[in-house]
Design a protein around this ligand. Structure first.
Ligand code: HEC
Length: 191
């Protein structure tokens, strides 16, 4: 009897082991005994066929660039539009002030040597440093520092500066009054 009692834990262990085996074997056996099912080699194309795969990062970054380029183009367009409008307004104002032709005046400024003594924006090669720059002339308050800047005075100055300031260094260039009117028109487009 004492021997049997000593064997009890062993018997219990065996019983639990046997029970575990009985419960576990069918599952374990199914994988161990039968040959593992042969799986077809993984084919990503077949796997993905018919699936719609979004490409979020690439698509999004490309559209961000597109939007930026579009905004840039729109911005440039608006800026150019304003610039054209600004120039047109300046030309209309200059023409109304002088009754001259700014385009003709720009060419005359070259022909009569104004470009040799003055820096005149828009006139090719007009980089002269003898006289003051005529950039932004429309906003200039005085002509030659002596006469108020008005269309009539400017036309007179261009035709004969010494009739306004006898001591001025600017010479009479031989330009006619009619031509001086066109040059004045051009100078008033310079904002
Ligand atoms: C030989 C050089 C010379 C030539 C050529 C010349 N200028 Fe001048 N111009 C001057 C000088 C110098 C002054 C400054 C005069 C002063 O302040 O008394 C001046 C002043 C002026 C001014 C007044 C500028 C200001 O800010 O007060 C205007 C406008 C002007 N010139 C237009 C013309 C035009 C238009 C022509 C061509 C028809 C012309 N000039 C040809 C030398 C020249």
């Amino acid at each position: 009897m004492p021997r049997a009692r000593a064997l009890l834990p062993l018997a219990a262990t065996l019983a639990i082991g046997a029970a575990g085996l009985l419960l576990g074997v069918p599952r374990a056996g199914s994988t161990l005994r039968s040959r593992p099912r042969q799986r077809a080699p993984f084919n990503p194309d077949a796997h993905l066929r018919g699936m719609r795969i979004a490409e979020p990062t690439r698509f999004r970054s490309r559209s961000v660039y597109l939007v930026l380029i579009l905004l840039l183009l729109i911005g440039t367009g608006i800026y150019a539009g304003y610039q054209v409008k600004f120039d047109q307004d300046a030309r209309i104002r200059a023409t109304a002030l002088t009754m001259g032709d700014p385009d003709l005046g720009r060419r005359l400024a070259k022909r009569y040597g104004c470009a040799g003594c003055h820096n005149i924006p828009g006139v090719p090669g007009a980089q002269g440093m003898v006289g003051p720059s005529l950039q932004g002339f429309a906003a200039r308050v005085y002509i030659g520092g002596v006469a108020t800047n008005s269309p009539d005075t400017l036309i007179q100055w261009i035709e004969n500066p010494r009739s306004i300031d006898p001591k001025t260094a600017m010479p009479v260039t031989g330009i006619s009054r009619a031509e001086a009117r066109h040059v004045a028109a051009y100078l008033y487009t310079l904002q």
